[in-house]
Design a protein around this ligand. Sequence first.
Ligand code: ADP
Length: 611
Amino acid sequence: MLRDSPNSSVQLDSYLGVFRYGRRAIELVWSTDQRLTVALAVLTLTAGVLPAGIAYVGKLIVDSVVAAIAVSSAGGAPDYAGVMWFVAIEGLLVAGMAATQRGIGYCQTLLRVLLSQSVNTLILEKALTLELAQFEDSEFYDKLNRARQEASSRPLSLVTRTFNLLQHGISLASYATLLLQFSGWAVLVLIAAGLPAFIAETYFSGERFRMFRHRSAERRKLLYLEMVLAREDHAKEIKLFQLGTELLRRYKKIFQALFEDERRLTRRQDGWGLVLGLISNAAFYGAYAWIAVATIQGTISLGQMTMYLVVFKQGQSSVSAMLGAIGGLYEDNLYLSNLYEYLEQPTLAWAGASAHGPEPSAGVVFEHVSFTYPGASRPAVRDLSLTLTPGQSVGVVGRNGSGKTTLIKLLAGLYPVDEGRILYEGRNLEDWDAELLRKRIGIIFQDFNRYQLEVGENIGVGDEPRLHDAAGWAEAAQLGQAANFIEKLPEGYHTQLGRWFHQGQELSGGEWQRIALSRAFMRQGAEILVLDEPTAAMDAETEADVFEHFQSLTQAKIVVLISHRFSTVRQADLIVVMDQGQIIERGSHEELVALGGQYARLFELQARGYR
Ligand code: ADP
């Protein structure tokens, strides 16, 4: 028995899952705009009470008309004014109801816009605090995307439905108050008739909520396939490799499995809904008949009968409106559960605060560093030790997947190391203030971002404080060998790039790489500069040229170059050869050639190709 109770509370909790986020949604709306929220609440309450008022005045009208007829047929003067009064009041109430509905619509429209903005801001602010590893987690990424996609509609929809539920609940309570004068039994019938359908709807909505979450991995696949099939940047390959049919087949198959679940649940939900709905209908009409009989027997007046009939009719539509609201709430809750899971994601806090290290000339020291990507089975970097001193240029070579990029990511503090430590200026990276540390590092990755901004800004992003520094762009572009083609563009440095925007220009792969290189030259303040194969699309000669330039301009800095071209790498002071996450050879070009190891072999192979 004792073990039962937590269980049943869990059950109740999951049963009421559909309401779980109502409070939080209201908090969200409240913090977005308090005045509109209060207005919405007041109008909702008003809209809840008014229908019962209208029904009651309807009764007064009929009763006064009946009384007036009686007076008139007894030869007296009927009270026209009294009747007209009631008619006028009902007219006013109906007008009030219409105004209230308008007001609700007005508040909702404004709140929707504001809420969408504030939720999106919350999402983006959170995104800025997250670690790279979190972005690479597929489940997390899914949460982020879904939270963003529906940010404009879901939170308000949840609030609207919650208020709707409340409004019709109030209407129902006020109808019950009126009905109480007729018979407590009638009230009981009204409640008892609606209750089973209510419970069933809540139950099935909760089921749907759980099913949806359970199936989220499949839905993620579905979304992915949709994206691959429909996006312009994938279209080229899909056509050439004729993948369309196969991917579409998979898409349909996954959909079919999801649809089966959906159909089973919908069938149960609608089956029960129909049966319980019929029962409540029967109860309603039973009460209806009872009221008619009571009127014939003279127990209640004609006016009362009119009122009760209205109350019953509208009570029933209130009940179905409430059922509809509950049905919709599950989707909104699903959304909010997603949103809050995302927003409450712990940020792997980088606690350091240092702005300097104790030994400014010590450069970067890797001490027995190991790192495994989350979820990976093999370490990407293993027991790696390496010293990079200021004024030194370092070339990193190695096969694909040997851990070169990972080494750089660790150096930038994009991932925390698992074992060993990385020191910069004699201080552990983790003890540095992350922002200040990153100001001192400039990295151009091979998959650098191609911002759909102006050309100049695309260079300026290399040094954020100088984002708009036109003279700086031109200088950096000169060094990055981009100036030539930029000057030929229709608007020069102010040419819009990318297809998203009007008159956006597209650049070739090599041109983009020159832009990326210029970014590196823009970053004058950085003391560590890394080029991770951003020159692969250039010819060997240009690449060697660029690197020579780079070295000469960065004499007191640490310069790291990752490249597959030995003709470029040979210029570096130190060359490290990586294999399976480890450094297998290190030394100058001459030393490594003399060593006769992997470097010498690969160098010879490439050199032969050029002869
Ligand atoms: P390189 O730059 O030498 O080509 P990387 O450092 O990119 O190699 O990759 C080293 C290893 O780590 C590879 O086996 C790769 O599959 C794995 N890896 C790289 N990036 C990730 C990631 N974000 N998540 C999981 N594994 C990764």
